[in-house]
Each structure stands twice: as structure tokens, then as C-alpha cells.
Write a protein that binds this ligand. Structure first.
Ligand code: ZN
Length: 448
């Protein structure tokens, strides 16, 4: 159990959209890892039982929430770059995964992903990958908060062979981590095009009955939408709506090619959107119409996607890119200001994952999921506006401390729950194995 904390910070961003930046405040955390109070530093109790942390030139803020990724794919960082989505998946990623992905691959991949995420300010991440029990265990061991969306796909892998087997194994992961305060488990149907309608309808029914969330790649590419219209006579969003998938429990990832009717359906249903700007740009998929979604009242969160299509897991880089891309696509520099972009990666992210009563902002009673960013570096000076600085200048490089539920995960830039040197050695060993067998055992045709 962590000791109580008193964090004395020069600036505090609470994540609450209605509250301004606070100057010289102290955040008190109780021994259960919950936020107890946020008060002016001159009124701080300075309780001798509490650990005192002086953050004299820092911004204290909620930890970032990376709402979409495939952490284990970090072992494929830089493996197949500069390709379009379909050949990238079918000719490179899927065959390599078929050859190498097992529980050890996932544990080692998730560990190196978490090392990078913690060091760049993420405290909660959402993950969709095979062997989700290994992901959940690794996150729990490292002390990170994680939404595991167990995969459902009409492609046999080492983890499961049929959509029904994916479902049975995924629900077993949910049961295993049911009492965890860090891990939540939801459905992760890969995409509308990789499952039959009957399977999608079944997931929608189960999600309602079990009150579980759903995360799915939706409208990632133009060809996906056009192909669906050709085959089904309707756009994927219309199909998902007809099958009962949309609703406040639904997290639609990417959402690049959207009509006015698509946006209306998402807004009316209360579904959430997870914007992954780097991945969409790198795979030349297009740009999610964030301004139009926000205008329609949709909650938009941010994700990195997997390191194989990004190639990093630094959510601050995505926040900056989301703000810049929104300005570029709207031809309006006032679009998506720094504060709003940061909100999307904190409380907006928590809302998308259904965790906004637990994390995402610095409010009494919530978990102490907190980061402290230093302004000491030359690239962070002079300091006219702390929020602008962390969004447009910082890029996550100056995160000095991180706590999840009051547990110190990063202390003065050093990981406290992960052995970084060992994690790097294991990732290098995987690189050697993958490189030594460039001809995977299963062809792309077998998998498609
Ligand atoms: Zn993805």
C-alpha cells in the first residue's frame, strides 16, 4: 500500500474543462491511492506521515489516457514501414504475427510499450491484441491502468481459431481480472469487415446484457467504406447501427471517412470516437473530421494505435498532432486549442473508456493517476503559458514523475516498477529472432 502523498506544485491543470490553471497548489493523496484534497500550498497540512514532493517548476496534471493501441506490436516497431494499410497488414504484419505471437511475445512487447508510455506521461492505456490475459497481467504487475479489449476476428491465430473461441477465452479474461482495480476488460471486435454480421449482432447483445464496453476499428480507410457499400448496400456505421452496436458503451476507433449521416448516427447514439492522427497519416488513411464530430457533440479521445503504424507511443505527440491537424483541415488556427486537445487525452479519454468516475481529472475521490512535467529544460522556457508549453513544445520529453493510484511508477525520470535494461535486452532478442526468419510459415492468402 502506498504512503500518503503531498505534491506541492507550481502549476496544476485539473483536467476539468471548467477550471482554470491553478498556481501554487498542493494535491493530497491518501494511503489508498485516492485524491483527498487540492488546496493552496500555503494551507497544506505538511503531515509528517505523508511523503512530501516539491514540484517548484512543474505542471501537475492528470496522467494521459491512450485510448487505442496494440502494445505488444511495439516489437514490430520499424519492421514494415512506408506501405498502405492492406499490403502492410496482409503481406507483412499478419504473417509475422502468425509465426511469432505467443504469450511471451505479448508480455515482452507490452513491457517495452509500457516503459515508453510511462516515460511520456501515459497512466492508462487501452489495448487490443491476442493473449489479452498476458497484457492484463503485465499491466497489473507494472501498476498501469489498462482497458483490455479482447480481440474478436474471423482469422485463426495462435490464441484462438473461431470467433466463438475468441469470445469464450475473452470472457474468461474478464472473469480472471474482475476484482482488479487497474484492469477493465471489454469486447474488441477488430472491424466490421473482419467479422460476420451474426457475430457482430451477438457481441452487441452480450455487451448490453453484461454492461461491457466495445472498442472497434471503424471507417479507417475509404476503400473499407466503398467496399462495404458494394457488398452490403450500406456504410459500416449504418450496419453497426442496425445491429445495435452503437451507444454510450461503443468506442469507434479512427472514423476517417464519415458522411453527415454517419456523424449524426454516432452523435445521436452517444458513441465515442478515438482519433489516431499519426497512424492515419502514416498509412495515408485520411484525417478524422474532429471539428465536425465535436460540433455534433461527440466525445473524441486520442490514441497512438500500435507502434508498428506510428512508430511511437508518446501520447503528447498525438495531442500536438491532433491540434495541428484540426487546424490544417479546417483552415482555422483557432480550431482545437491546446486546452481542448489536452482534455481529449485526459478526461475525454476517461469518458470514452467509461472510467470518468475513477480517473482523468484531479478531483477528490478519484484515483491519484498523476504526472508532473518539469519546465527546467531550455525547450520549455520562457514560460508564458504552461498548457501551450506542454502541448506544443514539450512532446512528453519532460515528464519527471508519474503515479497510478498513488503508486510511484516514474521517479525523477526513472522507471520504478519495470527493469528498463532487461526489457530492452528482451526486445532486442525478439528483433534477432524475427530477422532470422523473414519467411513466415503462413502465407498472407491463408490469413486473408
Ligand atoms: Zn488499431
Amino acid at each position: 500500500m502506498p504512503s500518503p502523498l503531498e505534491l506541492h506544485a507550481a502549476w496544476v491543470y485539473t483536467g476539468d474543462a471548467h477550471s482554470d490553471l491553478l498556481k501554487d497548489h498542493t494535491l493530497c493523496v491518501d494511503e489508498n491511492g485516492k485524491i483527498e484534497a487540492l488546496i493552496p500550498s500555503q494551507e497544506a497540512p505538511r503531515d509528517p506521515r505523508a511523503q512530501q514532493v516539491e514540484l517548484n517548476n512543474h505542471l501537475l496534471m492528470p496522467g494521459l489516457i491512450n485510448c487505442h493501441g496494440h502494445a505488444a506490436m511495439t516489437l514490430l516497431r520499424g519492421f514494415a514501414d512506408d506501405l498502405a494499410l492492406t499490403p502492410w497488414l496482409q503481406d507483412h504484419i499478419w504473417p509475422t504475427e502468425a509465426r511469432w505471437v505467443d504469450a511471451d511475445f505479448v508480455t515482452d512487447g507490452v513491457n517495452i510499450a509500457m516503459a515508453e508510455m510511462i516515460k511520456t506521461g501515459t497512466t492508462t492505456f487501452s489495448d487490443q491484441y491476442f493473449f489479452p490475459d498476458s497484457t492484463a497481467q503485465a499491466a497489473s504487475d507494472a501498476g498501469m491502468r489498462c482497458q483490455v479489449n479482447f480481440p474478436l476476428i474471423n482469422v485463426p491465430t495462435q490464441w484462438a481459431s473461431t470467433p466463438n473461441e475468441y469470445l469464450i477465452k475473452g470472457l474468461a479474461v474478464r472473469d480472471k481480472f474482475k476484482s482488479s482495480e487497474l484492469i477493465s476488460v471489454i469486447f474488441g471486435p477488430h472491424s466490421p469487415y473482419s467479422l460476420e454480421e451474426d457475430d457482430i449482432a451477438k457481441i452487441a447483445t452480450l455487451a448490453n446484457e453484461l454492461e461491457m464496453g466495445i472498442q472497434m476499428h471503424v471507417h479507417e480507410t475509404k476503400s473499407e467504406v466503398l467496399h462495404a457499400v458494394e457488398i452490403n448496400g450500406e456504410r459500416p456505421i449504418a450496419t453497426l447501427n442496425r445491429l445495435g452496436m452503437l451507444g454510450p458503451h461503443m468506442q469507434c476507433v479512427h472514423m476517417v471517412w464519415l458522411s453527415k449521416d454517419d456523424i449524426r448516427a454516432v452523435a445521436d447514439s452517444g458513441s465515442h470516437v478515438v482519433h489516431c492522427p499519426s497512424s492515419n497519416m502514416k498509412l495515408a488513411s485520411g484525417a478524422c473530421p474532429v471539428n465536425d464530430l465535436l460540433k455534433a457533440g461527440v466525445n473524441v479521445a486520442i490514441g497512438t494505435d500500435g507502434a508498428a503504424s506510428n512508430n511511437g507511443l508518446n501520447l503528447f505527440a498525438e495531442v500536438r498532432l491532433a491540434a495541428l491537424l484540426a487546424k490544417l483541415t479546417s483552415e482555422n488556427p483557432a480550431s482545437l486549442n491546446a486546452k481542448h486537445a489536452l482534455h481529449m487525452a485526459t478526461l475525454g479519454g476517461a469518458k470514452a473508456l467509461g472510467l470518468d468516475n475513477e480517473t482523468g481529472s484531479l478531483e477528490q475521490g478519484k484515483w491519484a493517476d498523476i504526472i508532473a512535467i518539469s519546465f527546467d529544460d531550455a525547450s520549455m522556457q520562457p514560460l508564458h503559458n504552461p498548457i501551450s508549453q506542454v502541448v506544443y513544445a514539450g512532446h512528453g520529453a519532460h515528464v519527471q514523475h508519474s503515479w497510478v493510484a498513488g503508486r510511484h511508477l516514474l521517479n525523477d525520470g526513472k522507471l520504478q516498477t519495470l527493469d528498463e535494461a532487461q526489457i530492452i535486452r528482451r526486445a532486442q532478442a525478439w528483433r534477432g529472432k524475427i530477422a532470422s526468419n523473414a519467411n513466415p510459415t503462413k502465407s498472407a492468402k491463408e490469413l486473408a
